[in-house]
Ligand binder design. Structure first.
Ligand code: GLC
Length: 466
């Protein structure tokens, strides 16, 4: 029987009201390690006049601007090409460089509005630190003052100085390290650029990331972190950063080099891999075939789900999801991925809803997962609504909001599809040999930031699943 929307909203309000208790329980988590990528995000809102001026300065015509042969930054013109592509299509892309000249050009010509913590590892370290995990160890392949400044001033977030001494990450200054800066160039739906008399309107708020990162590109690993982590008891390891590798730059070998360390630390902790997006097929294939089998849990968004389907050769599902990324197609995709990769737990987040599929005997119960996912919905939307998560008091900012109609509709469709009302009214049900946990999320009308939402969702869902 179809439940009335208002009733459903009441039911989910009651379930969401448990979030403060879940948040309080994060203080019982002893230790988490985040590796490998932390960097500095230089965020700026695109100034369309400035963009037009840069086209003239770099002597770039409209046809040259659209002539994209590769997705990396080999010269300043590529920065403009990438911005224009993401802007005009309303899509998120990230192009990388290890070339200091391009970095200098970006410093001079792009500037930034603000600096903030970037990289999955760094973002996760900050959010778990403020949520109350007793100790978070953040891997940093570079930690000069500017990087340390992006860590919250909390003594439970630690890293290592150049002589291997552990300290609060914000107090460390490895002053010979290079700052790794990623430009997050944001644009809003409806922004306009006029080029050669033609008007281009941005169809969807999104961002282009222009990354200068010689260390993450080479998966440089801090030996002090490795040494200490192999001797430390950890509850969870949150892993990411492989997507920055490039197959042209020996990326597969670099990825393989990290495997012995991962195998060693995963013996004692629950290992979660954030898949993240890469268009380098060789690297993606190796992340999926070599790293994900080591994980107890993986996190994906809808784009990354499609990317995984592509690697696994699940063409029908890939096409269906590309045509329509709704809950039923994504559910079928996730079940197929789960069966093929045999990963004990997979979590997906997409517009309006989160979905976890796990083995019935998984270490974390379905109910605990639901608690974690609800807290993740609140904390991530608090970040979107307030622009940052610097204060403990802000973590529950969006608790006052209701779950979205879009999310409820997705959940309703999925419950009807698998013929199980319990999923709609409790977020939990069983399907074949799996536990299914799904929740509708809150949606923030005018988000102040969207960078790092996925990282926040995955890490809070898991670590607060109690
Ligand atoms: C990528 C980007 C980084 C950004 C992160 C957000 O790792 O390189 O700059 O902070 O994604 O998830």
């Amino acid at each position: 029987m179809k439940m009335m929307k208002n009733n459903l909203k009441k039911i989910w309000k009651i379930l969401f009201a448990n979030a403060p208790k879940t948040l309080a329980s994060v203080k019982e988590v002893n230790s988490v390690a985040t590796a490998f990528n932390a960097n500095i995000d230089a965020v700026l809102k695109i100034d369309t006049n400035k963009f037009s001026d840069l086209l003239i300065q770099e002597n770039l015509s409209l046809s040259e601007l659209r002539n994209i042969k590769y997705t990396k930054l080999d010269n300043p013109q590529d920065v403009l090409k990438g911005i224009f592509k993401s802007f005009s299509l309303g899509i998120a892309e990230e192009w990388l460089t290890a070339d200091k000249n391009i970095y200098d050009w970006m410093v001079k010509n792009l500037g930034y509005d603000k600096l903030q913590m970037g990289g999955q590892g760094g973002i996760v370290a900050n959010v778990l630190g403020i949520a109350g995990v007793k100790k978070v160890f953040a891997h940093c392949n570079s930690l000069p003052q500017l990087q340390a400044d992006q860590f919250l001033e909390l003594d439970n977030i630690c890293s290592f100085d150049e002589s291997g001494c552990e300290n609060s990450a914000y107090k460390i200054n490895r002053n010979h390290d290079v700052p790794l800066i990623h430009w997050i160039i944001e644009f809003n739906k409806g922004d306009k650029i006029i080029i050669e008399g033609q008007e281009f309107v941005c169809p969807k708020s999104n961002r282009f990331i222009a990354t200068y990162d010689p260390l993450n590109l080479n998966l440089v690993i801090d030996k002090n972190f490795v040494e200490t982590m192999t001797k430390t008891n950890l509850d969870y390891i949150i892993l990411s950063g492989f997507h920055a590798l490039s197959s042209e730059n020996n990326g597969v070998k670099l990825l393989e080099n990290s495997i012995p360390f991962i195998k060693q630390i995963k013996k004692k902790a629950l290992l979660h891999l954030e898949i993240a997006s890469t268009q380098d097929l060789k690297i993606r294939e190796n992340i999926i075939n070599q790293i994900s089998p080591l994980a107890d849990s993986i996190g994906v968004n809808e784009r990354e789900t499609i990317d995984v389907l592509e690697i696994l050769g699940l063409k029908d599902l890939q096409q269906k999801c590309e045509e329509n990324c709704h809950s039923i197609n994504l559910f079928n995709a996730l079940i197929a991925i789960k069966k093929k990769l045999k990963i004990p737990r997979i979590q997906l987040h997409f517009f309006g809803m989160y979905l976890t599929i796990q083995d019935k005997n998984f270490k974390i119960s379905a109910q605990a997962n639901r608690n974690g996912m609800i807290l993740a919905a609140i904390i991530s939307t608090s970040k979107a609504g307030t622009g940052s998560l610097n204060e403990y008091e802000n973590l529950l900012w969006s608790l006052k909001e209701e779950v979205s109609d879009i999310g409820l509709k997705e959940l309703e469709d999925l419950s009807a599809y698998i013929k199980n009302d319990a999923l709609l009214s409790s977020g939990i049900c069983q399907f074949e040999d799996f536990d299914i946990i799904a929740i509708p999320t809150i949606l923030i009308e005018k988000p102040k930031t969207l960078v790092g939402m996925g990282d926040t969702i995955s890490s809070i869902s898991l670590v607060s699943a109690r």
